[in-house]
Design a protein around this ligand. Structure first.
Ligand code: COA
Length: 415
């Protein structure tokens, strides 16, 4: 079966996490991704957070599957020549260098357009145009600058970053969509274009419900579904709301059997209005179905804390999976708090390909996340990440370099 992006060639200048997540997705959809790295060290993540000496880290392997790797020093004359050959050969150049680094390399947009007018230049930067456009940015900086940290955590606690890498992987996803969209437009216009995904904008996009709430707060000075309501005070900015659902259906994290010793013995419980009678029945409060204080969603907003305390008395009598089984049969939306250990060993995730085992020549077998986007006509097979420079000769031969030229470039320190 052919792959959705078969024939698309990606010149991959990405490093660390944000850019590599994007090009890994493109590779999973069948694009030929040629990762360009400096010889010796390569992508810095190869050597970061290592669990086995002198072996590519999981940080690197889990972001660079299905790619080819070449080494190239783009700051040499020979390296610039090879780079131009790659620009002519490829459809998309993807990069997440610090602002200005690509220009300093001599790879300006004008140069790219002159060399290959069909090329798409796709970039992740920390910020879009404005006061911070020249700043270097990592994950948590983006979470803080994009509104995630100020709205995450407890009302009386510090701003908090989340474990989900919404700044890096979140922006990589946005960039991948930008690239396939630009490829589609190119099929009509024949022209390449620049695609930019600023990390601040991507995080803000993922936090759009909080921008919604900011405007509601400015108009009405209160947010009825937040835990600050009805007893606490609201300021002039959206507060942190703990584990409140953030939507129109109130929810909370509740203790389950074993919570005293197991840090993940909890369940997320949503009091969806449509199933309120079933909730009252299962927790043993059938009279709440008709009781004026609880009968409507509006009335319940005044009593969310005691309602969740009562539901928790019930969830504490069940373990989280048992509670999930009972509640799902009643169509009550809920979710167990699953640890990474549970996810890593969940047979259904292995069967579905959400978690896959990959074999690596120097590391051996390890687990990684499969392609979370499933195309029925373009299934993904996750293959291992490349060793540093593993495909240099292969790619240069494809570009038309003879074996002798490759050896000469190597001896000049270009490769
Ligand atoms: N040959 C020669 N030089 C190379 C090269 C190659 N193959 N690959 C990279 N370089 C050079 C770059 O040209 C740059 O040189 P310069 O500073 O002289 O212009 C240098 O290596 C370092 O690149 P840079 O991107 O600045 O890396 P850094 O380690 O200083 O910064 C980040 C890392 C992530 C902070 C920065 O790249 C950044 O802000 N990126 C954009 C936002 C982003 O993606 N952040 C999330 C990362 S997960």
């Amino acid at each position: 079966m052919t792959k959705a992006l078969a024939g698309v060639r990606i010149l991959d200048f990405t490093h660390v996490q944000s850019g590599p997540t994007c090009t890994q997705l493109l590779a999973w959809f069948g694009a030929d991704v040629i990762k360009v790295e400096r010889s010796g060290e390569g992508d810095a993540t190869r050597g970061q957070l290592r669990d086995i000496p002198n072996v590519d880290s999981l940080y690197f392997t889990m972001l660079n599957h299905n790619k080819r790797s070449i080494t190239l020093n783009t700051k040499t004359a020979g390296g610039r020549e090879v780079l131009d050959a790659l620009i002519r050969h490829c459809d998309v150049l993807v990069e997440n260098f610090a602002p200005g680094a690509l220009d300093r390399m001599g790879v300006t947009w004008e140069h790219i357009q002159k060399t290959n007018p069909r090329m798409i230049l796709a970039s992740v930067k920390g910020f879009g145009p404005g006061p911070y456009e020249d700043c270097k940015v990592y994950e948590n900086v983006a979470q803080c600058a994009g509104g995630a940290a100020s709205t995450t955590g407890w009302e009386d606690g510090l701003p908090m970053v989340t474990g989900a890498q919404i700044g890096d992987s979140g922006t990589g996803l946005h960039l991948a969509l930008g690239i396939v969209t630009a490829l589609y437009q190119r099929s009509q216009t024949g022209r390449g274009q620049k695609v930019l995904a600023p990390m601040q904008d991507a995080v803000l996009n993922l936090c759009r419900v909080k921008l919604r709430d900011q405007q509601r707060l400015e108009r009405t000075h209160t947010l009825h579904e937040y835990p600050q309501y009805p007893d606490g005070k609201f300021g002039d900015a959206v507060p942190r709301s703990g584990n409140a659902s953030g939507g129109g259906q109130p929810g909370s994290i509740l203790k389950c059997k074993g919570w005293e010793t197991d840090p993940n013995a909890y369940i997320y419980f949503i009091t969806q209005a449509a199933v309120w009678p079933a909730i009252c029945t299962v927790i043993g409060e059938p009279e709440w179905i008709e009781d004026e204080a609880y009968a409507t969603p509006q009335a319940r907003l005044l009593h969310l804390k005691p309602i969740f305390r009562r539901i928790e008395q019930w969830t504490m009598t069940k373990d989280k999976i048992e509670a999930m089984d009972i509640l799902n049969k009643l169509d009550i939306p809920c979710g167990p708090i699953l640890s990474m250990k549970e996810l890593a060993h969940d047979p259904s995730l292995r069967a579905s390909g959400a978690v896959v085992e990959v074999d690596h020549p120097t590391r051996g077998k390890y687990l990684t996340v499969g392609n979370p986007i499933k195309l029925s006509d373009s299934p993904t097979e996750v293959t291992r990440s490349p060793l540093l420079g593993e495909h240099t000769d292969e790619v240069l031969t494809q570009l038309g370099y003879a074996a002798g030229d490759i050896e000469r470039l190597r001896s000049q320190g270009v490769l």
